[in-house]
Write a protein that binds this ligand. Structure first.
Ligand code: SF4
Length: 114
């Protein structure tokens, strides 16, 4: 079973628009639905904080403290498909920066639930 990290948009989670706490990312990972091709173990859930400077250090700290280098990092659907989008960064650029920094594939999105 793949070990994965998920990174979510903290601003979106705080607003609660579509994430009142039922954690669809975790459901999709557990059931192997949405962007997950098979059930996956979520080792860390990292919260992005505006303006996004902490995403790299916090992901690195999660790897260090968990002592797990994940098979993949998933950027949450609320981060990737937010409307309006993130005002601070292009999410594709964030994904490339994380891939370059950690040598782990970064996937765009987690679930496809409505
Ligand atoms: S920097 Fe962008 S992705 Fe990160 S929490 Fe803020 S709005 Fe969300």
């Amino acid at each position: 079973m793949e070990k994965v990290f998920i990174i979510g948009c903290g601003a979106y989670m705080d607003a609660g628009y579509g994430c009142p706490g039922e954690w669809r990312c975790l459901k999709a990972a557990a059931l192997g639905e949405g962007k997950f091709s098979a059930p996956s173990q979520v080792i860390a859930f990292v919260r992005c904080e505006c303006p996004g400077r902490t995403i790299g250090p916090n992901t690195g700290m999660a790897m260090k403290l968990s002592e797990v280098k994940p098979d993949a990092i998933y950027l949450s659907t609320c981060m990737v498909d937010a409307r309006p989008g993130c005002p601070y960064a292009q999410i594709e650029d964030l994904a490339k920066a994380l891939e370059a920094r950690f040598g782990v594939p970064v996937k765009l999105g987690t679930h496809e639930y409505k």
